[in-house]
Design a binder for this molecule. Sequence first.
Ligand code: SF4
Length: 62
Amino acid sequence: MNASVDQNTCIGCELCVQTCPEVFKMKDDKAVAFCNPVPSGAEETCKQAAGDCPVSAINVEG
Ligand code: SF4
């Protein structure tokens, strides 16, 4: 599974970083997915982060 953040959509609320720090970190006031493929142990929280993003900026596939 791979995750990505649409940099043009992210509003930098940091929610995904709190939910799934194994995959997301802040960079220049936007979140980035820095760990692909997503570690198997973080897939559930990664999906949760994608579902909880207030602007649906997180894409997960695979
Ligand atoms: S939850 Fe969404 S808007 Fe908030 S930092 Fe993460 S990607 Fe950006």
